[in-house]
Ligand binder design. Sequence first.
Ligand SMILES: Nc1ncnc2c1ncn2[C@@H]1O[C@H](COP(=O)(O)OP(=O)(O)OP(=O)(O)O)[C@@H](O)[C@H]1O
Length: 359
Amino acid sequence: MRILSLDIHCFRNIRKASVDTDARSVMLVGENGQGKTNFLEALYVLCYGTSFRTPNLREAVSHDGRGFSVKADFVDDSGNHHEIQVKHVQGKRSIFIDRKEIYDRKELIYTIPCIVFCHDDIEFVRGEPEARRRFFDQTMSMYNPLFFDDSRRYRNILRQRNAALKEGRLSLVPIYDFQLARYGMSIQKARKAAVKEFNDIFPRMYRDVSGTDLEISVEYQPSWKMAENAEDAEEILSRALERDVRMQTTCSGVHRDKFIVKDADRPFSQTGSTGQLRLASLILRMAQAGFFFGKTGKEPVLLIDDVLLELDVTRRGRFLSHIEDYSQAFFTFLPEEKYFSSLEDEKMLSYTVEGGAFR
Ligand SMILES: Nc1ncnc2c1ncn2[C@@H]1O[C@H](COP(=O)(O)OP(=O)(O)OP(=O)(O)O)[C@@H](O)[C@H]1O
C-alpha cells in the first residue's frame, strides 16, 4: 500500500497543493504553524472521512473558502491503482472511490488503513476512560466491520434510550434494553478477546523500545462485569431502571467500560513519569499498527506528527526500527531537527513547508 500523490484544495492554510508522495518515507519540514499537521490531517481525512483534530470537518475548510477537497492516487497491496477523494462543501461531506460516490464511511476506512501518532495520544494513558475506549474501538473497527456496525447500532439505541428516559417515555425502555443488551454483549466479548491479544504485543514492544523490564499491560474492566450473555445484561439494565430514570441517562453498559494501562497491578498513570507515559502512548499506537497487520496482513500508512523528538536517541532508534517494517510513513519535523540516520539511506522525499505550500 502506498499513497503516490495528494491534491489538496482549501484545506486549512493549504490553498492548493499537488504533492508527490511516492516514497517509503515522506518528510515534512517547517517552522511552527506552517501546515505540516494540516497535511497529515488532510491525509487522515482521506483514510477515515473524519479528522483526528476536530469532530467538525467544517473547521478544516480554509477561512476564506466554501469547501475543501482532498484527493489521493494510491496503489494497493496487489499493485492496483486507485483514486480516493473526500470533499466537504457547504457543510456536506462527499466521498468518492475510483470516482464513484459512496455513502457509507465504512467503505472508506477499509480502503487505506492509516494510523496517526500525535501529542494528544498521551491521553490514552493518563486521560479520561473515554479516550482509551475510543482508542480500542478504533483498533478493533479497523479490521472488524461487524464491530464497527455493532458500535454504531449500540450508540444509536443508547441515544434513543437516553431520550426516552429524559422524556419519561418509559414503556419504550424494555424494547431498547433488548437491543442494547445484545449489541453491548457482542461489543464486550469482542473487546475482551482483543485486549487479550493486544497484550501479546504491547508489553513486549514497550520492553523492547524502553529497554526496561516494566510489566506494562492493558486491563479491560467491563461495566456489565457480571453478565455472561445478553439476558444477564438485560436483567442488569432493568434492575437499574429506577436509577437511570433518576439520573436521566443510562448508567451502565459498554459505553462505561474501562481500559486501564497498568504497571504490574497499579495504574501506570499513577506510577509512570511523563516521559514514560508518553512512550507508552507511542507504543500503544505502534502496537495498534502491529495488531492490525497481524489480523489483516496489511501494512497501514503511518502518520507521525512531531513525536520523535520526545524520545532520546537510543529509544528513537529502537522506535524507528519497528516502523521500518511498514511500507509508507509520513513524518513532520522542525527545521532544526536532524533527520534520523536510520532513515537517511532509504528512498525518501522531503518537503519544506511554508505558509501552506510544499517545496
Ligand atoms: N480553517 C483554516 N483556514 C486557514 N488557516 C487555518 C485554518 N485552520 C488552521 N489554520 C492555520 O494553519 C496553521 C497551523 O498549521 P499546522 O497545524 O499544520 O502547523 P504545523 O506546521 O504542524 O506546526 P506545529 O509544529 O506548530 O504543529 C496556522 O497558521 C493556522 O492559522
